[in-house]
Write a protein that binds this ligand. Structure first.
Ligand code: BTN
Length: 259
């Protein structure tokens, strides 16, 4: 098993500011919480926290994120986006989508596997979830959590239908170090693009690799459930779903499943 270390990662970094400071831990509760503690101590933008294992990894809506040792990428990235600096589409959802595009791209580049982005934060491979993004506010900053299932050989019965890993789908072990290097590179590229040009160019890229746009979906939000066609994502990152009646709903925060 390839172990993560700051020295080992240095050789794979191609970034200007993301990952210039990296912390690697054996086991933490959640890299999100460690990043928050570091932020309180005043670390710089682009700082990355990685762990071999998490005992309380979390996803959106406080769901558990299974983070066993040595087989995944469990990372948190500190950004100071200064929201007022961002052009239209400055919400957290646009950041979540932007990071999902970056991670999907990185996986494609390193493995050749065709990943897709499922609104608002999932990366899918062969219709199963291989990676997830969690964006949390921390004062003026944000902490972007990235979880990628890399070398798991199998999943428990409860996860098997919905989750997969790069190893399961490719039949090969994937270098986490190479993938971290490419993921940070892509995250930096798309984050700068979002900051400088707004959400439009990111959205264009997302459209090409979207798992939901133009598809029939079930969207769950605000305790409601609707069925319709996912037609677009607006400049705030909200998903627009056209119902059979022709009425269009705007899903700001929620879950979608493809039917
Ligand atoms: C989701 O799919 O809902 C998001 C999953 C995000 C998981 C990552 S793993 C690293 C970071 N630490 C956490 O506790 N969560 C994120």
């Amino acid at each position: 098993m390839e172990e993560l270390s700051v020295e080992g990662l240095e050789g794979s970094l191609k970034t200007k500011f993301i990952g210039k400071e990296i912390f690697v831990f054996e086991s933490v509760s959640s890299t999100q919480d460690v990043a928050r503690e570091l932020l309180d101590k005043g670390v710089s933008e682009g700082t990355v926290v990685l762990a071999e294992a998490q005992t309380k990894g979390r996803g959106r809506f406080e769901r558990n994120w299974f983070s066993p040792p040595g087989v995944g990428i469990w990372a948190s990235l500190i950004l100071h986006p200064k929201f007022s600096d961002l052009t239209p589409g400055s919400g957290l959802t646009t950041i979540s989508l932007t990071c999902s595009v970056a991670v999907a791209n990185a996986i494609r580049k390193v493995t050749g596997l065709r990943t897709f982005v499922k609104w608002p934060n999932d990366v899918l491979l062969h219709q199963k979830k291989v990676a997830g993004i969690l964006v949390e506010m921390a004062g003026e900053s944000i902490i972007v959590g990235v979880g990628i299932n890399v070398n798991q050989e199998q999943f428990s019965e409860s996860l098997r239908d919905n989750a997969t890993s790069l190893m399961i789908e490719s039949g090969k072990e994937v270098s986490r170090i190479s993938l971290i290097g490419e993921a940070l590179h892509q995250l930096e590229y798309y984050y700068i693009l979002l900051k400088e040009k707004g959400f439009a160019p990111v959205k264009k890229k997302m459209r090409n690799i979207s798992a939901v746009l133009d598809r029939q979906v079930i969207a769950c939000f605000n305790g409601k459930k609707v069925v319709g066609q996912a037609v677009d994502v607006d400049m705030d990152g909200a998903l627009l779903v056209r119902l059979d009646s022709g009425f269009q709903v705007r899903v700001v925060a929620g879950d979608v499943s493809i039917i």
